[in-house]
Design a binder for this molecule. Structure first.
Ligand SMILES: Nc1ncnc2c1ncn2[C@@H]1O[C@H](COP(=O)(O)OP(=O)(O)O)[C@@H](O)[C@H]1O
Ligand SMILES: [Mg+2]
Length: 312
């Protein structure tokens, strides 16, 4: 089987949580750079300022008083996504896929009245979904329609591509595919499939769900072995740019493929998880050390992408 072509994960190369925290996050990520990425709205604005593509911002509601502006904000929107600026792990994201007058609908077909949306936004403001339960702001962005090539690898939701970037070099990547178990979200803990990707080609290395290797998508039955991510070089370049505008030495960026616009940055994470090693069947440690051992610093993003594709 295609999976067997790949090396077994060598334990010695697996980066553990403690080493990630001490040797990489604390060492390469300055504290002052965290607030930008811990707030998705700030990240979006900073990315836009340097002309990087993101889902379009439709509006922001910052306080309960501003809830009054909700009807005018949504007036011409047929579909949209509501997010807490400081949410994480898929919590608090509401996808509205269509509307009929003042009635809104989720992708599952479930109805949301305008009152329900207002209540939802008000919960976001009070911090229900946010880091530390602190008051938050809600923002609205366009609903991304995924590239057709990836449609068959997900159930109802939008797949995203997580790329780990170290000192500006893309070092490891995985596609996260929503399943019926994950309720249309690309959240691995809820049962999404993690597909490790070859950095050189953007092809699948192996696929893992609930810590088990699988060969086909559990809902669509499509085989992962033939998967190739379109626009692969562009994705790696975007990942490289995430280093440049956030100034984080160790980060994970989430990118989605829009049907018409191509790759878009969803968010940047300063403490990305380590499951990507399981999904890839490859440890991070030697790749990180490879970059640490480079004598020359300050490479152009294109050269960093080429280096990663030639060496990983
Ligand atoms: N604009 C959007 N359109 C469609 N789906 C989205 C959009 N934004 C997020 N999603 C879905 O929600 C998931 C989580 O979004 P993300 O912004 O990365 O927040 P989190 O911090 O919860 O991971 C994405 O992987 C995707 O499946
Ligand atoms: Mg995310």
């Amino acid at each position: 089987m295609w999976i067997n072509r790949h090396k077994k994960l060598r334990n010695a190369d697996v980066l553990g949580l403690n080493e990630r925290n001490v040797a990489y996050i604390s060492r390469y990520n300055k504290r002052e750079n965290f607030p930008l990425v811990d707030n998705k709205l700030k990240t979006k604005k900073a990315a836009t300022a340097v002309h990087l593509p993101v889902p379009k911002l439709l509006g922001v509601i910052e306080s309960p008083v501003q809830l009054r502006t909700l009807p005018s904000l949504l007036k011409n929107q047929q579909s949209f996504v509501i997010k807490p600026a400081r949410g994480s792990g898929g919590k608090g994201i509401l996808v509205v896929s269509h509307r009929r007058g003042e009635q809104f609908f989720k992708p599952s077909g479930a109805l949301l009245t305008d009152g329900a949306i207002r209540h939802y936004v008000s919960n976001i403001l009070s911090g229900v979904y946010s880091l530390g339960g602190k008051p938050d702001v809600a923002f609205f962005e366009t609903l991304v329609h995924g590239d057709q090539v990836l449609d068959k690898y997900s159930h109802e939701g939008l797949p995203d591509i997580r790329i780990i970037v170290f000192q500006g070099f893309p070092v490891m990547a995985m596609l996260r595919c929503p399943t019926s178990a994950s309720d249309g979200k690309a959240n691995l803990h809820q049962g999404a499939v993690g597909v490790g990707l070859d950095i050189t080609r953007g092809t699948a290395l192996k696929a893992v769900q609930h810590n088990k290797i699988i060969s086909h998508h559990p809902d669509t039955g499509v085989e992962f072995a033939d998967l190739v991510i379109p626009d692969w070089r562009k994705l790696l370049q975007l990942a490289g740019h995430c280093h440049d505008f956030t100034e984080l030495g160790y980060l994970g960026c989430d990118i989605v493929l829009d049907k018409t616009r191509g790759p878009l940055i969803l968010e940047v994470n300063a403490r990305p998880g380590l499951f990507i090693q399981i999904a890839s069947g490859i440890g991070l440690r030697s790749r990180l050390q490879n970059i640490e051992n480079l004598a020359q610093k300050d490479w152009h993003v294109d050269d960093r992408v080429d280096y990663a594709r030639n060496n990983f």
